[in-house]
Design a protein around this ligand. Sequence first.
Ligand code: UFG
Length: 325
Amino acid sequence: MNILIVGGAGYIGSHMVKLLSVAGHQVVVFDNLSKGYRDAVLEGEFIEGDLANLEQLERLFSSSRFDAVMHFASFIEVGESVRDPAKYYRNNFSNTQNLLDSMVAHDVGHFIFSSTAAIFGEPRYTPIDEVHAKSPINPYGRSKFMVEQMLEDYDKAHGLKSVCLRYFNAAGADVEGDLGERHNPETHLIPLVLQAASGRRDAIAIYGNDYDTADGTCVRDYIHVQDLCAAHLLALDSLRKTGNSNQFNLGNGLGFSVRQVIDCAREVTGREIKVVNEERRAGDPAVLVADAARAKTVLGWKPSLSSLEKIIETAWNWEQSFFSH
Ligand code: UFG
C-alpha cells in the first residue's frame, strides 16, 4: 500500500514509518517540522508541508494516489491547551478538517486517527472502555473528541471510513535504538525520570502525593510505542477488510503509579533518582487505565513490549545513546 503519514517526523509517527516500511508498504511523510525532526524519518519520501496550507495539500494529493492516511500531527500539551485554546482548535481540529476535505476530494477513503484517553475526561469507572462517557475537561481533549465526531459525520455523508485509536500513555523507544522520544519541552513522566537518572536534570518532580491511590501518586497505563504502532497496522487491515469505522482504546490495562515508575527506573538504570514533591498539576485524573478488550478481540492486538521494565529499558537506551553526544 501507499500510505500518507501526516506527522511522520514526530515521536509516534516516526516509529510508524519504520514499521510500515518493514512491513513492505510505501510511505510518504508530510510534516511541518514544528515538533518533529527530519532525521527521525528513516524511510520513504519526506515532504515538508503544513495542513493549514490548502495549496500544499492539493499538490500532495494530486501527486500520489494514497490507499490510506494516518494522522499523527497534533499538539499534545494539556496545560498549553488551557492557556492557548486557539492553537489547539486550529491545529488539532481545523487543520484535520483540511486533511479530511482533501481526502474526500481525492477519493481516499481510509483514515487512521491518533486520538487520546483525554476525550473521556474524569473517569466515571475504571478500566475505561470505548463506551465510557466522553466528557473531555480541557481544550486538548475537546479538540480530539471534536475530530472523532467530525469523522462520524464524514462517514455518513461521504463514506470516509476511519479508525480512532485512543492512546493512553505512549512511552518507550524503538527496541533497535533507532528512534525515541524527543519532545521539546519534554513534559512526559518517563523521559523526565530518565533525564534525572542520566544527570541531565537534578530531580524528578512528583506532581501530587495525596491522590486517592495506593501510594498517593497518579496511576497511568503506559503502553510501548511499538505496540501502539502494531495496533495501527492491524486497524488498517481491519478497516480495509470490513469497511467499518471503529474506535479502540489502546493500553495495557495495567496501572502504575508515578512512584512505581520512578522505582522501576531506579532498578533498570541502577542510578540514583532524586525526587521532589510538588503541588498537583491541574487537570490530572487520579487513575487512567484502559480496557483494551475491543482491540484485542476485534483486531487481534497483543501488546508484547509493554512491561514497565521493557518500556523503561528501551527509553533508557535511547536517553543514553541519543542524548549522550
Ligand atoms: N508527572 C509527574 N512529574 C512530571 C511529569 C509527570 O509527577 O515531571 C505525573 C503527572 O502528573 C501524571 C503522570 O506523571 O500523573 C503522567 O504524566 P504525563 O505527562 O507523562 O502523561 P499524562 O498522563 O498527563 O498525559 C498523557 C498524554 C496526553 C494525554 C493524557 C490523557 O501524554 O497527551 O495522557 O490522555 F492527554
